[in-house]
Write a new protein. Sequence first.
Length: 621
Amino acid sequence: MNGPMIVTLATLVAASALFISGKIRADLVAVAALIVLMLSGVLKPEEALAGFSNSVVVMMIGLFVVGGGIFRTGLAKLVSRKLLQLAGTSETKLMFMVMIATASIGAFVSNTGTVAVMMPIVVSLAFSAGTTPGRLLMPLAFASSLGGMLTSIGTPPNLVIQEALRSEGYGELKFFSFAPTGAICLVTGILAMLYLRRFLPKSEGAAAAKTGKGSAGELEHEYRLAEHLLRVQVLKDSPVLDKTLLELQIPSRFQLTVIEIRRKISARNQIFKTINQEVAGPESIIQEADILYVHGPREDASAFAAEYGLLLLDAPDPAETGGSKGGAYATSDMGLAEVMLTPESRLIGKLVKESGFREKYRLNVLGIQRKDQYILQQVKEEKMRFGDALLVQGTWEDIALLASTASEVIVVGQPLEESRKITMDRKAPIAAGILLLLIVLLVTEWVPAVAAVMIAAVLTVALGCIRGMEEAYRAINWESIVLIGGMIPMSTAIEKTGAAELLSSGLVNSLGQFGPLALLAGVYITTSILTMFISNTACAVLLAPIALAAATQFGANPHAYLFAVSIGASMCFASPFSTPPNALVMSAGRYKFSHYLKVGLPLQILMGIVMIIALPLIYPF
């Protein structure tokens, strides 16, 4: 072995040991390994940094943004709910539909995000069906990994082997090239779980995850705000036309608060949406045909409409406000929060209208909780007392400003964190259209795959499925990006120094005498064991060049061997800590480590046996 090869192998062993120990973050280990290879001269600086410009990394960034838009708009939740409604209360049907719904979503977005969206729905359905969530949550986690094998973008290892084959001249894998193996994985997983579920918890004892009082949806329901939400339409020649809300002084003259203005967009702008929603503020200008969403007594709304020549409409339908709890109060822009008065607050004893919430913080006080009483009428004339909880409404940013600057009140919860939980349901059709466009571009190959993903990511931000670039950046799992960007050069070093050939020769010499099937089994089993200790992305990056070199030396079709790497890296079920989805469901499902050994280990072994038999049939040696 030459010097560069020794350095490369030593770095590989050290990095693998650190990955397994888990004492240092995986992305930091990857960057440290990169630095070692660069300083030792194994890689030139441009080779060491090439990983961060690799198309796989760029595609992963774009896919995180698109996936964030799918989750943010509630599209994933909508699809999953529709599918799960078909299951009824049968546990068998529920498990089947949970796995189908999860795999369907996981084929296009990250498995971690899929599980995060599905978990509360599945927990709720489990209790409704009279079963414990532990019967469904492990199948949910496993299905998220199974679904990732259905498409080229479903899981990072798929992107890794796709790039490995392309760079070595074996052609580009199509978007659905993974579908045959993915379908076999999914069918195997579902059938196996029908038997293995007998080892899942049977006792009723798992508690549903609680979001805690203070979420916007809970506050709307608790204060029964939907009963006080009314709509008023502005008619032609009304005296309010072209006036600001500040000029009209509606709150002081009527016991009403204008919380939102909706207006039709001109015909030339109706490509993507026809209704514009605007958070009502002092400077909001009223236009003809506007629909004002007002909070307050119906008699005051009637008086307001009569005086200004407006049309009082029916209360808004729950579907148009985003849910059954009066979704016009809490949207992606506007929020609700409870405010508690501190014992020394100078607001104690003052009337609500003298509090300055509206003038200083642009917040409306919609109600007061006083012990077990909820005050929603004549709120502005109420004197504030210590122990009162004031329900305020305004933009999330203004609520956050109150929380960070006001010393006399305490805002319950974290406004900006809560705002990120609000899905923009009206954008769901746009997110669906973007996903469909992405699939069409990837399937037809009208543009390169990386360009298709970038187009979809830009459209996700530009069309408002994610609220601006800051939200897009938060949707990206930067640890995964740095990890794969740092590990791709390791793959280059393994090939460049001859380490891949050395390691693959060891595989070929030890297993090749038993035939190509034994070599394939060796690749799969090695990957399957290693992925229990390190991330599936790092595992795929490390083993892809070795498997490719082994197949080349043996003169076999490399597709079967690289698919073995991708599937082996992704199908890890035997440990709760091997994948984020497995870890996510552990607490809510009340699982012990033994549950993963009893259910996940047999499934992982069975998956290996099935795929070692199936891969040569799909990709003959």
